[in-house]
Design a protein around this ligand. Structure first.
Ligand code: F6R
Length: 357
């Protein structure tokens, strides 16, 4: 039930701080250690490469998951769009582990990859919001998102839950391998939860950004570098699916290789600038588009912000920033759809779970 909320999407965006707390609760044992199926721990320790398979928003979570697994747990990781996997079947490592990320657990494109990899005898872990789902039943192991039912077609809380669970998996693997870490994932997720709450309390800012930048535009670009680029891809998907604005996410450095030709007077460009090591370079990219007439909207991080930024998000652990920086993009998309009289929860041509290939 959506209670006092006008739309499920807004309710689900607002639920994200609570989902973070629920995940902390579910994945922490009485000794403050990570609570995880021992067989998953073993499978992660044994594998020499993780192959993440997913679609849409879950694929975008997988891109961040790769960062967690490689940077935290030192596990080489590839991320594949499920529907393309069999055409580009990679040369597999000796001990691959397949990780299927799916909110619904029913996505047919993922299932056909699972059928194929099972035939080859490779182990599979499904990360899903629906533990009894097809992908959960057919895989060897399951990790539950604990996000509660997601009703709006546009995925929001499942995406942040997927990233949180992937971070926990990465930290658990790191510990099992004896890698020393200088942070506690549960504590960091608690900080993320508070930051999310702070953003949810400032909705009017995002409502205004949507009004100023997106009420009449026909297109919109999202730019970022590194993980900001991945979050930008998700921002663009959110915006296009519910507001029907043609939106694309690009790596800041790629613009000059073609896309910059599309920038006209007034073209909205939403830039994420949340990482210290690329702050200068992404801001030069913004300058390049502004010179060509773009209407820039910079979302930055506390401490890295500069005058004129449209919004500054609170600081959280460097690796966990995507869990927070996506909220402004979700809210901006929500209000853009609202101002353009679109059916927010049930956008045209889309189904909540895609059970055909
Ligand atoms: C976007 C969206 C879709 C799904 C995709 C995968 O908001 O909802 O892109 O993310 O269809 O669905 P699941 O995660 O259920 O496999």
């Amino acid at each position: 039930e959506k209670g006092t909320y006008p739309h499920f999407m807004l309710k689900e965006i607002d639920e994200q701080p609570f989902v973070m707390r629920k995940i902390i609760q579910e994945y922490q044992d009485d000794n403050d250690d990570i609570k995880l199926d021992k067989d998953i721990r073993k499978a992660m320790k044994k594998c020499d490469r993780v192959y993440i398979i997913a679609a849409g928003t879950s694929y975008h979570a997988g891109l961040i998951g790769k960062e967690f697994l490689e940077k935290i747990a030192e596990v080489p990781t590839e991320v594949h769009v499920a529907s393309e996997f069999s055409y580009n079947f990679p040369l597999l490592s000796e001990n691959p582990l397949f990780v299927f990320i799916s909110q619904s657990g029913e996505t047919a494109d993922l299932r056909s990859v699972l059928v194929e990899t099972k035939k080859l005898g490779h182990p599979a872990l499904t990360i899903t919001n629906v533990p009894g789902s097809t992908l959960s039943r057919e895989a060897n192991y399951t990790m539950h998102l604990h996000a509660g039912p997601e009703i709006a077609v546009a995925s929001t809380k499942a995406y942040t839950a997927q990233m949180a669970v992937l971070a926990i998996l990465a930290v658990d693997t790191a510990r099992a391998k004896g890698i020393e870490l200088d942070f506690d994932p549960m504590q960091e997720l608690g900080i993320v939860s508070n930051a999310m709450e702070a953003l949810c309390d400032q909705k009017e800012v995002f409502d205004q950004i949507a009004r100023d930048y997106l009420s009449t535009t026909r297109n919109c670009f999202f730019i970022g570098r590194g993980s900001d680029y991945y979050v930008g891809l998700e921002g663009a998907l959110k915006l296009k699916e519910i507001s029907y604005i043609q939106a694309e996410g690009f790596a800041g450095g790629e613009l000059k290789h073609g896309t910059i030709a599309l920038i006209e007077d007034g073209t909205p460009v939403i830039a994420l600038a949340t990482q210290e090591h690329v702050n200068g370079s992404i801001r030069s990219n913004v300058q390049e588009v502004v010179t060509r007439g773009a209407n820039d909207c910079i979302i930055s991080l506390e401490g890295l912000d500069r005058e004129g930024d449209a919004f500054v998000i609170p600081k959280v652990h460097r690796l966990f920033t995507p869990l927070v920086s996506v909220l402004p993009l979700q809210l901006i998309s929500y209000y853009a759809a609202l101002h353009r009289d679109c059916d927010v929860d049930k956008p045209r041509n889309l189904a909540k779970s895609v059970t055909v290939e």
